[in-house]
Design a protein. Structure first.
Length: 116
């Protein structure tokens, strides 16, 4: 994929991060809760993570944060050294790391949604 396309996707992920993080923090602090103690109670937190909207926000947040973070790491590593082999190695390394992070994150989301 071209670098300009990857950068455009990164910009979209930044926008998704801003929106979903704002909604996530609002839902944790003042939307649907009567105060800090209510927001932090186990029952409230467990119920919140069984709502489809919360799960959707967490999934979008996971994908956006993973892409944004690993894209930045990839750029840092590509600036450290140059060459076709290094470029392929770093790209495959960050892709593999991203897949591991997404699988583990979605596993956690599914387990919390299922109640386990």
């Amino acid at each position: 994929m071209r670098e300009s396309t990857l950068q455009l996707v990164n910009y979209l992920m930044i926008l998704a991060l801003l929106v979903t993080l704002a909604l996530h923090l609002a839902m944790q602090s003042f939307l649907g809760v009567s105060g800090y103690e209510d927001a932090m109670s186990y029952d409230t937190v467990a119920a919140r993570y069984r709502e489809p909207l919360s799960i959707s926000l967490l999934a979008i947040l996971l994908v956006a944060a993973t892409y944004h973070g690993l894209y930045g790491l990839r750029n840092i590593l590509l600036e450290a050294r140059h060459g076709l082999w290094w470029n392929r190695f770093v790209t495959l390394l960050t892709l593999g790391l991203g897949l591991v992070m997404l699988v583990w994150g979605f596993r956690t989301i599914v387990l919390s949604f299922g109640g386990s």
